[in-house]
Design a protein around this ligand. Structure first.
Ligand code: ZN
Length: 314
């Protein structure tokens, strides 16, 4: 299987999706800075040429958040009132502006992947998956992944599955089901995948989920997938974790190989978006970034290598 240096990772990144204010010195979570830190580290590596950056996407407006949040909570975050700090991040105008872009980074990446399935898409953003309709939680402010999936369902009737390999359960999708019943259509039950167990058990649990979602895709019940490979599922993360490096990277490998098998079986490329989610190491944040880079590289080499083989065969 050959690498294809020409087929780049379509990356939805602008510095506007980064919060620079008060994060480094006043925040336990470095996540609002992570898109910037990661893209810089990638740029200075050999892997930098594999990324095709799209930076001209628009931010969400307040009303875009209404599909997953109450008007009161949205106003609180924008105006620094009420429970604006329920995300446990230091509030700043910069933070609020960056949120309107992180949420459209994932939306635009998923939309592009759906419309151009031969492009592997990437949204360099951290977790959103703990936010709830009426509050933030665990460094997450808005449920960008729910909002993006709802938009894709409303625009195209597209149904998605989320492989959420963050070290923490992605409650946003489940907690928004009763707030907006359309979530059941956009991300059906059992399509919010959060593997369980430790080491090999975690990996084999993930494989079972891949099989399950694969069958749904073949039946035409799921049309796109998102792989959120949180680095806090690594055993050395400050907030716990489940897998050593070998098993953590194995998950990316299994996912990418599965994408190729499923694409063959349905006779077209499966729309895929990659994203980051969590990762916390006070003593060595570069280790978090390097895990993300390893996962991206693994996915890119396997998925794009496959696509080149297909073109050569045609
Ligand atoms: Zn997490």
């Amino acid at each position: 299987m050959k690498k294809n240096q020409n087929q780049k990772i379509k990356t939805f990144y602008t510095e506007k999706q980064v919060c620079f204010d008060s994060i480094q010195d006043q925040s336990f979570s470095q996540s609002p800075l992570k898109p910037f830190l990661l893209m810089n580290r990638i740029k200075s590596s050999e892997f930098g040429s594999a990324f095709d950056i799209v930076d001209d996407f628009s931010p969400f407006k307040r009303e875009d958040f209404l599909s997953a949040h109450t008007e009161e909570y949205i106003d609180n975050v924008f105006n620094k009132t009420g429970n604006y700090d329920s995300n446990s991040l230091p509030w700043s105008e910069n933070l609020v502006e960056s949120l309107t872009y992180t949420n459209t980074s994932i939306y635009n990446a998923m939309r592009h992947a759906y419309l151009n399935p031969s492009d592997l898409c990437f949204a360099p953003i951290s977790g959103m998956h703990h936010a709830m309709p009426n509050s933030g939680s665990g460094f997450c402010t808005f449920s960008g992944q729910v909002i993006a999936s709802l938009k894709l369902y409303q625009e195209f009737g597209a149904v998605g599955a989320w492989f959420d390999l963050d070290g923490h359960f992605g409650n946003s999708i489940e907690d928004t089901r009763s707030f907006n019943p359309l979530v059941d259509k956009a991300i059906p039950k059992h399509c919010n995948v959060n593997p369980r167990g430790y080491e090999e058990t975690y990996v084999s649990n993930f494989e079972q989920h891949l099989d399950f979602i694969g069958e749904k895709i073949k039946r035409g019940e799921v049309h796109y997938v998102v792989f959120a490979h949180g680095a806090d599922s690594h055993i050395d993360d400050d907030l716990g974790g489940y897998c050593n490096t070998k098993n953590w990277v194995k998950c990316a490998e299994l996912f990418a190989k599965w994408v190729n098998v499923i694409s063959d079986e349905i006779g077209r490329p499966l729309p895929v978006t990659l994203t980051l989610f969590g990762g916390y190491r006070k003593a060595n944040y570069d280790a978090v970034l390097d895990l993300h880079i390893q996962s991206l590289k693994t996915c890119w080499e396997i998925i794009e290598g496959k696509q080149e083989d297909e073109r050569n065969a045609a």
